[in-house]
Design a binder for this molecule. Structure first.
Ligand SMILES: [Zn+2]
Length: 345
């Protein structure tokens, strides 16, 4: 029963270090956990790093410390003056929805980088209700930042602030490096839950957020390079009481359904659970997934010799979803999938 839901990340990993050094986009899986307090998995959070600027998607528990770990592992966006003292910095956060496991780290993202030197307010993009959440956080910590601001040599007078942008579907942010487009997904009783399509100079990435199976994801992904999608294991689902099965069917995506989505979506990268399990190290730190042009040559879909929706591929997805317990491990060069497990909300 403990085990039910997983998140598969269909991630582009570089085939060589040289390729990573020339690419402009990195995907850093800072957390792949669920509400279960698994010490091996931080809460959901993905950083898309373009030219050393990080854009954060969701802010689960532990996000800032996982970013610090990524800094130590060579992600320049999170590196400090010395490798021993990484200084994660976020200027923008995009929330998929307001479930607590996706937002418990938000206070950390607001305050910790400020204490470490951020001078400007954090921009937070999220569904309606985000303003209430952020204002509540700021109100709750008012004694903290008042004391810090009054201290001699204290942090910036403005860096503790947050500017909230409550979003609707469409382009929600654009700068010279990145375009972020929100699209609605279907997640249990949430009126507003979003996935994101992110376009960078050399990559298109789709993040599903929490969602039940929906064609909206594969419609956004078609032609994309990387699809990051949640999933639960079919075998775990079968162990749930009927009322929880009803909930999860409304809230999340099964491995079988994800196989069908991947077939339709045709992301540039094929999940390779067996390789993942064999090659991922357990040294800790965040997953680092630099993009590379060659990654796009690995195709999914039925025209492929190994379509992901084949029975074998589905079994592989199920194995991945049920056997992998690697949330924050550092994955090296092979293309891979990451999973998170546990009961979710
Ligand atoms: Zn959720």
């Amino acid at each position: 029963m403990r085990y039910l839901r997983s998140l598969i990340t269909v991630a582009a990993l570089l085939p060589s270090i040289a390729a990573s050094q020339s690419s402009r986009t990195q995907i850093v899986m800072l957390g792949t956990g669920t509400p279960i307090p698994d010490p091996d998995r931080s809460g959901p959070a993905v950083a898309i790093v373009v030219d050393s600027t990080a854009y954060l998607f969701d802010a689960g528990t532990g996000v800032v410390r996982r970013a610090a770990a990524a800094g130590r592992n060579g992600v320049r966006a999170f590196a400090g003056r010395t490798s021993a003292q990484p200084s994660p910095r976020f200027d923008r956060v995009f929330l998929t929805h307001l479930h607590s496991d996706h937002t418990l780290g938000l206070a950390d993202v607001i305050f910790t980088p400020w204490i470490q030197g951020r001078r400007t307010p954090l921009d937070i993009y999220g569904p309606p209700g985000t303003s209430h959440l952020v204002n509540s956080i700021l109100h709750g910590y008012s004694e903290d930042f008042a004391e810090r601001l009054s201290a001699s040599g204290g942090p910036s007078p403005d860096g503790w602030k947050a500017t909230v942008h409550e979003i609707v579907p469409g382009i929600v942010f654009q700068d010279s490096r990145i375009t972020v487009r929100a699209f609605p997904v279907l997640h249990a009783g949430w009126k507003y839950a979003f996935g994101y399509r992110i376009e960078t100079p050399d990559r298109t990435i789709v993040i599903s957020g929490d969602t039940r199976a929906t064609s909206k994801v594969d419609e956004q992904c078609r032609g994309c390079d990387v699809l990051i999608h949640e999933v639960y294991s079919d075998s775990g689902f079968a162990t749930l009481p009927p009322e929880r099965q009803i909930y999860h069917a409304q809230a999340h995506t099964s491995a079988t359904q994800l196989g069908d989505i991947a077939t339709r979506a045709r992301p540039g990268i094929h999940p390779s659970p067996d390789r993942f399990r064999r090659r991922c190290s357990s040294r800790g730190g965040a997953r680092i997934a630099p993009a590379s042009p060659s990654a796009a040559s690995v195709r999914t879909g039925r025209p492929s010799p190994a379509p992901p929706a084949s029975p074998g591929a589905i079994r592989a997805l199920r194995r991945s979803a049920t056997a992998t317990s690697d949330g924050n491990r550092s994955c090296g060069r092979p293309r891979a999938s990451a999973c998170r497990s546990g009961r979710s909300r």
